[in-house]
Design a protein around this ligand. Structure first.
Ligand code: DPP
Ligand code: ZN
Length: 873
């Protein structure tokens, strides 16, 4: 397949100023007439032919300035339409295509979900609707007329503002016309037609304009959209307050659909969401679901400025909108909830997904330099590491310069298709700093490793920290250069007081920029041995190796003023024990006891002050985290045993505390999804998990009772999750009951699939195969497939990586089956193999064989072909 390269970018030879789309919806024969006003681009090649992109299109007619084109004047295939000698000035091209939305299982372009019509155009889906210059640097204003059967689609929605609607004479059809005055790239186009319920609310912007906000959902589920609507309003207020950004249309519509490849899509004025990220009620959604809904509603809304008003020049710049918008939604969630708790959650995700990707054969720069299939670059690296870069930039230049830089970026780039260089230039200008070294974060892939050694000279009163950094080789980048790494740091005394010591290279905010391969900091006036607290708030996306003994790290758990590093200290000590146990080393009872005792005293003094934080401290690194830490010749069974063993030992030592929390934090009053209430539930359920690890009988009794009597989904699911770790009749009974109770709630059945797929026992693979026959499962629905198959492959370390290779063979067969329907979904599942080189040799061989089987299949999609070849490389 063809490779697209950043260095080959050149401006389009033509521009399209306006688009009039007339779409007449029909289940199998939708008619589309596109009227494009086209002109040669002054920056393009003069006299070039006009080559429009298509994808599986069926051309019905083509006319230029109203005249039907003769056969020799154009060339058409399902994949493109070429006008050989277009006029040298502005002209009108009219193209008619016919689509079959019912047969569109790729969920790209125009398709049907539960009978409703909807679209997905990012990245290259608009070319599945009509022939077009389907690239983000071609910005046009759009008018859309949508016509449909009144019974089939009483609701008709488009981008922008509604301008007209009415009946089609002499038929049961009706139409609506939508006008979007803001020039936009084709990937932001959307339309919806269907039977939908609606909730709405009016919002007044900072300059006093009225905007009608509405969310459309499956009829009967309107009350489950209230939380999303509230989150939308809070997002709008926040973006005005924090970034001075106001909304710019008369309406803002969100539609929830049940078949969707991504989380959601920021189409101008008409966001389309995976219903998983809209619908919530206490009975069907967990605290985590509520948090995700809030974050994704905010994310898509924030795209209105970072992505839509300022869009991307080409797809290599994807991080320009995604990294920045993730940063913005993270800041929003931090302001709405608890900042340290949210920061820890962000970092856990970053490590679990992005660090993993960065150490795998799929590693790539935040701004890739080439791709075969752009859909495969909607990755944790582009999104999450992209957000970390923006956060580091803010740390380096300071809050005030950061805000001024954002203002300048908006002012300068509004209405344009911009690049990462345009973005950095705004900050360099307002701060007066060169960002050319910093820009390497966009170019160099791999996670830097920073090693720190400490030296205390009591007689001289000096304390020295020696830093070294290195980044391992990644595909296409054998040699690495030093990065500009902001280290936010402080010194903590053993009694908990903070040490005031001077060091020239550390500014008054505690920021030191490590921009060489090696550097040292010397603090003077240090009268007793301090404990260094480094990378406070996780100030850079790096892996840190510290020479501190466990006892000193545990001083930080107790005393650091930085909550992130308190949590990190406990994680680091736990990880040392877990890695040692997994590698077959003996860890003495005294050592584990020292850790457990530190947890107990933390629980005594602090846990109830911030239960959400305490729940995070009590949760050990996951099996996948431990595998990543070990890095090679991984034996997932040994890791599983080690983690179970450590949970059991902590559960025993801390038993009294855990039981006390379990009782004191019992459910009181009606459910509320707010962060404080969610935190209490999180701590109580984390306690239950450790109780069960230490005492199966006690755990089973409590969990079975909770699964039965819980008044909300968070507690019910947590109880069932604990039960899944305890084989036996009680578990099977609880699983059956849950499945019966929620059989008509697809999003809850997803949770049921996930829990069962994650059971770390030998018969889980058979269970998963059996569940594929369940009436609630469907191979065509991405949420179902990800819940059952994706969870098995990504969450169940021991069973996916079975020593007999059956887990790999199973995933390979599903990938091939899914690829025939939905390549994006298949490619996503396939990324579960990206850890294969880390495994010990027997598993490695099985995985390689399964990957070969996939790669040899004829007619693989470009999506799967690209991932499988990079994974094997
Ligand atoms: N809809 C996806 C997102 O918002 C891609 N733009 O991240
Ligand atoms: Zn996004």
């Amino acid at each position: 397949a063809q490779i697209v390269r950043l260095v080959d970018y050149r401006p389009s030879d033509f521009l399209i100023d306006s688009v009039e789309l007339d779409v007449s919806l029909h289940p199998t024969a939708t008619q589309v007439r596109a009227t494009l006003v086209v002109r040669p681009n002054p920056d393009g090649r003069p006299g070039a032919p006009l080559v429009l992109d298509g994808d599986e299109l069926n051309l019905k007619a083509v006319a230029l300035d109203g005249r039907s084109l003769a056969e020799e004047e154009f060339e058409a295939s399902p994949q493109s339409l070429t006008i050989m000698q277009p006029p040298r000035q502005s002209f009108t091209l009219t193209v008619e295509t016919e689509l079959n939305p019912t047969a569109n299982t790729k969920l790209m372009g125009l398709y049907r979900s539960s009978g409703n019509y909807c679209t997905q155009c990012e990245a290259e889906g608009f070319r599945r609707i009509t022939y077009f210059l389907d690239r983000p640097d071609v910005l046009a204003v759009y008018t859309t007329r949508i016509e449909a059967d009144r019974d089939e689609a009483p609701v008709l929605l488009g981008n922008g503002n509604p301008v007209e609607s009415g009946s089609v004479e002499g038929s049961n059809r009706h139409y609506a016309v939508w006008e979007d005055p803001h020039p936009k790239p084709s990937y932001l186009f959307a339309l919806v037609g269907g039977r939908l319920g609606r909730v709405s609310k009016s919002f007044t912007t900072m300059s006093g304009r009225a905007v009608e906000l509405a969310i459309y959902v499956e009829p009967g589920k309107e009350d489950r959209a209230d939380y999303a609507l509230d989150a939308l309003e809070r997002s709008m207020v926040w973006d005005e307050r924090v970034f001075g950004r106001e909304y710019d249309l008369d309406v803002f519509n969100i539609v929830a659909v049940s078949d969707f490849n991504m989380g959601a899509m920021e189409n101008k004025g008409l966001n389309i969401f995976n219903d998983k990220y809209v619908l919530a009620s206490p009975e069907t959604a967990t605290d985590m679901d509520y948090a995700h809904i809030e974050a994704i509603i905010a994310h898509e809304y924030f795209h209105n400025w970072t992505g839509n008003r300022v869009t991307c020049r080409d797809w290599f710049q994807l991080c320009l909108k995604e990294g920045l918008t993730v940063f913005r939604d993270q800041e929003f969630s931090s302001d709405e909830r608890s900042r340290p708790v949210h920061r820890i959650a962000e970092v856990k995700t970053l490590r679990a997904r992005q660090f993993l990707e960065d150490s795998s054969p799929l590693a790539h720069p935040v701004r890739p330099t080439q791709y075969r299939e752009i859909n495969n670059f909607y990755t944790a690296t582009v999104y999450e590491k992209g957000a970390e870069i923006v956060r580091m930039l803010k740390t380096i230049i300071g809050n005030e310069s950061f805000r001024r830089g954002m203002d300048l970026y908006f002012e300068r780039c509004d209405g344009t298709a911009a690049t990462v260089e345009d973005f950095l230039e705004a900050f360099a200008e307002v701060s007066g700093r060169s960002l050319s070294h910093f820009a390497r974060w966009y170019e160099q892939s791999g996670t830097p490793r920073v090693t720190v050694k400490s030296h205390y000279d009591k007689a001289a009163g000096t304390y020295r920290l020696d830093f070294t950094q290195s980044t391992p080789p990644t595909p296409g980048q054998p040699n690495k250069e030093a990065m500009a790494i902001p280290v936010v740091l402080g010194l903590v005394a053993h009694d908990g007081s903070s040490v005031e010591a001077a060091c020239e290279q550390v500014d008054e905010r505690g920021v030191f920029i490590l921009d060489k391969a090696a550097d040292s900091l010397t603090f003077t006036g240090v009268t007793s041995l301090p404990v260094p607290s480094l990378f406070r708030g996780f100030s850079a996306p790096v892996k840190v190796t510290l020479d501190l003994p466990n006892e000193e790290l545990l001083v930080l758990l107790q005393h650091d003023s930085d909550a992130f590093n308190r949590w990190q200290a406990a994680q680091t000590v736990a990880m040392r024990h877990l890695a040692a146990l997994s590698n077959g080393a003996q860890v003495s009872d005294e050592e584990i006891d020292a850790f457990s005792t530190a947890l107990c005293s933390f629980m005594d003094t602090d846990a109830l002050r911030d239960p959400a934080f305490a729940a995070l401290v009590l949760t050990l690194p996951s099996e996948a985290d431990i595998a990543q830490e070990i890095g090679k010749d991984v034996d997932p069974d040994a890791i599983h045993r080690a983690r179970s063993d450590m949970r059991r030992r902590i559960g025993k030592t801390c038993s009294a505390h855990l039981h006390r929390f379990y009782e004191e934090l019992a459910d009181s009053g009606p459910y509320s999804p707010d962060a404080a209430s969610a935190g209490r539930r999180a701590l109580r359920n984390a306690s239950l998990d450790l109780i069960a690890a230490a005492d199966q009988a006690a755990g089973e009794e409590l969990a079975a009772a909770q699964a039965e009597s819980a008044s909300n989904m968070t507690d019910r699911l947590a109880a069932l999750s604990v039960l899944t770790t305890l084989p036996g009749a009680a578990r099977e009974e609880a699983i059956t009951q849950f499945g019966e109770r929620y059989r008509n709630e697809p999003l809850v059945m997803d949770k049921w699939f996930t829990l069962q797929a994650a059971i770390p026992e030998d018969d889980t693979l058979e269970r998963v195969k059996g569940l594929m026959e369940h009436q609630a499962f469907s191979i065509g629905n991405p949420n179902r497939v990800r819940s059952l198959i994706g969870s098995f492959a990504m969450l169940n370390q021991v069973q996916f990586n079975r020593i007999d290779g059956a887990g790999y063979d199973f995933l390979a067969s599903i990938v091939l089956r899914a690829d025939e329907l939905n390549p994006q979904l298949a490619a996503r599942l396939l990324t579960a193999f990206s850890t294969w080189r880390m495994m010990e040799s027997t598993r490695r061989e099985h995985a390689q064989r399964a990957l070969w089987t996939i790669s040899r299949k004829p007619n693989l999609s470009r999506d799967v072909g690209d991932i499988v070849s990079r994974t094997l490389d």
